[in-house]
Write a protein that binds this ligand. Structure first.
Ligand code: DQA
Length: 145
């Protein structure tokens, strides 16, 4: 099974940005943690991060025919981007939405998620462990399907 992990704007700043909300773990440490987890589960993993909406759309499109599932944290584009939702619908790959913080308990403007409509599951507020839970979900779903 091949999974693409996509992170949107400012997630490359993990460890530096608002550590009280997003924790002290860096983006690099997050990738290492996911890589080790996937290695142990026999899952092939690729990573993509961009601060640009179009880059995220390209990454989703590029997964078509190549990847078996996507874990996505679109960052602030979660709350604004119809283009990212449309890309997700276009490729129609099993997808899980992840947020490090518990967006449901945050500002009003974070209560909308466009990508959610294309995701089989949303994991929010479990810190970076949420990415690992998302991988488990995709793995289990692939065995069921
Ligand atoms: C986030 C939550 C978003 O509202 C925010 O814009 C982010 C990170 C999270 O992981 O908690 O950049 O997706």
């Amino acid at each position: 099974m091949k999974i693409l992990v996509i992170n949107g704007p400012n997630l490359n700043m993990l460890g530096i940005r608002e550590p009280g909300i997003y924790g002290a773990e860096t983006y690099d440490t997050l990738l290492k943690k996911i890589k080790a987890y996937c290695g142990a589960k026999g899952v092939e993993v690729e990573f993509f991060q961009s601060n640009h909406e179009g880059g995220l759309v390209d990454a989703i499109q590029g997964a078509y025919g190549r990847m078996d599932g996507i874990v996505i944290n679109p960052g602030a584009y979660t709350h604004t981007s119809i283009a990212i939702l449309d890309a997700a619908k276009a490729v129609s790959l099993p997808m899980v939405e992840v947020h490090i913080s518990d967006v449901s308990k945050r500002e009003e403007f974070r209560q909308i998620s466009y990508i959610r409509a294309a995701c089989a599951k949303t994991i929010t507020g479990h810190g970076t462990d949420g990415y690992l839970e998302a991988i488990d979900f995709l793995l289990e779903a692939s065995h069921e399907g």
